[in-house]
Design a protein around this ligand. Structure first.
Ligand SMILES: Nc1ncnc2c1ncn2[C@@H]1O[C@H](COP(=O)(O)OP(=O)(O)O)[C@@H](O)[C@H]1O
Ligand SMILES: [Mg+2]
Length: 396
């Protein structure tokens, strides 16, 4: 019996080892899919994290995560573009100096409801922003709650709205003046003695004059609207002389009346890549101004200069000049240095803005130099971008 004891022990141990081995095998079989799930889940997590990062980076809106005290804990590149570098760890108030934004966050923290408002921030740059702040669900192990702040920069939108409303106000004002004059003169005509043709003639002349002004204004507004729509002009090689010749014939009586002489110094074969009627419109406006804002005995010069990749036309006059502080603004719609003088000469205040829009639609640029009581010089530069080297049929 004693001799069998070691064998028995070995047998028991052997069985125990086998049972353990089977259990280990089973455990391994159970753990393997768990490991696989773990790897799969962490890969998915990584994928979603990089997706989220891509989304945040590609957003045009500034997106930030902040604490209830407004400390920024995360910011996307748009937020850095709007509020500058070094956002993390700083508060919204420190970065924007906008108390209303801070107030909006406080309201969101207190009510735990989304808040939104349009605000003006003045730091680090003055911008109009639409702000949305919402509380985010708190993670179970998070020490404090987090808020999502989204800032949409709407400065450009508001600026365009302002330009549009100024434009509408200007147009109504400009139209109202001649309309009021037409009405007043028509009423006076009605009440005038029927047997006084001289008086009637005077009232009728004013009515005709004001009607012409209204017509010019509506025509200019139409040209401007078309120029602003910026359809790509169908450019062709146009001989400058072929446009200048009829144009100068047209303005010559006006120049003679104003005692202004016209001088052209343009090589016979000088060409411009432009849409013909646009070029006419541009030159007419500049030459008309050079005559209108000139003085008796004054001069107008038209010159042309070829550059390596562009062609430039310069219209210079020896007129009244433009005060330095107005130079930047003369290309704005309805901007006139001397309203009375412009109106008296039939101006609408739209000519130079038409010139600017048309030249820019060609990919070109305009410039101006002026000295009071000496004269002004306007330049238009057209890139040499003709599609075909052959001359247009209409160019002569
Ligand atoms: N050659 C010039 N010399 C002096 N002032 C000019 C000249 N061209 C334009 N200006 C000024 O710029 C303003 C805007 O010009 P423009 O847009 O053509 O309007 P308009 O001629 O109808 O008044 C003019 O009212 C005038 O005050
Ligand atoms: Mg003009």
């Amino acid at each position: 019996m004693i001799a069998l004891l070691p064998w028995l022990l070995v047998l028991v141990l052997g069985v125990a080892v086998m049972v353990l081995a089977i259990k280990l095998r089973r455990t391994e079989e159970q753990v393997a899919p768990l490991e696989q799930r773990y790897e799969q889940t962490s890969a998915e997590l990584q994928h979603y994290r990089s997706l989220l990062q891509h989304v945040m980076e590609s957003l045009q809106d500034a997106v930030m995560l902040v604490t209830a005290e407004g400390v920024i804990t995360s910011a996307n590149p748009a937020a850095i573009r709007l509020l500058g570098e070094g956002l993390l760890g700083r508060t919204l108030l420190q970065r924007t100096l906008c108390y209303d934004l801070n107030l909006l966050l406080t309201r969101c923290v207190q009510t735990q409801r989304p808040q939104h408002a349009e605000l003006q921030i003045s730091h680090p740059q003055t911008r109009t922003v639409f702000v949305r702040i919402l509380p985010l669900p708190t993670a179970p192990d998070a020490a404090e709650s987090t808020y999502l702040v989204v800032l949409t920069d709407i400065s450009e939108l508001r600026r365009l709205e302002q330009i549009r409303s100024d434009f509408v106000a200007n147009v109504s004002h400009e139209l109202r003046t001649p309309l009021a004059s037409i009405r007043a003169n028509a009423e006076a005509l009605l009440e005038s003695p029927p047997d006084d043709p001289a008086i009637q003639q005077r009232f009728l002349n004013t009515i005709v004059h004001q009607t012409e002004r209204l017509t010019r204004m509506t025509e200019d507004l139409l040209v401007l609207a078309k120029a602003e729509a910026r359809p790509v002009p169908q450019v062709q090689k146009v001989k400058l002389h072929s446009v200048l010749r009829p144009l100068l014939d047209q303005v010559r009586p006006q120049a003679e009346e104003a005692k202004v002489s016209l001088n052209v110094d343009v090589p016979a074969d000088f060409t411009i890549c432009a849409q013909r009627d646009h070029l006419e419109q541009i030159l007419w406006n500049l030459i008309d101004n050079a005559i209108k804002y000139n003085r008796p005995g004054g001069q107008v010069f038209v010159r042309a200069v070829k550059h390596p990749d562009s062609s430039e036309i310069i219209i210079e006059d020896t007129g009244i000049g433009i005060p330095h502080e107005h130079l930047e603004r003369v290309f704005e719609r309805f901007y006139r240095v001397d309203k009375a003088r412009s109106r008296a000469r039939g101006g609408t205040g739209l000519g130079l803005s038409i010139v600017k829009h048309l030249v820019e639609a060609h990919g070109g640029r305009v410039w101006v130099e002026s000295e009071m009581n000496v004269g002004s010089r306007f330049g238009v530069v057209f890139p040499d971008t003709c599609p075909q080297p052959k001359e247009s049929n209409s160019a002569s």
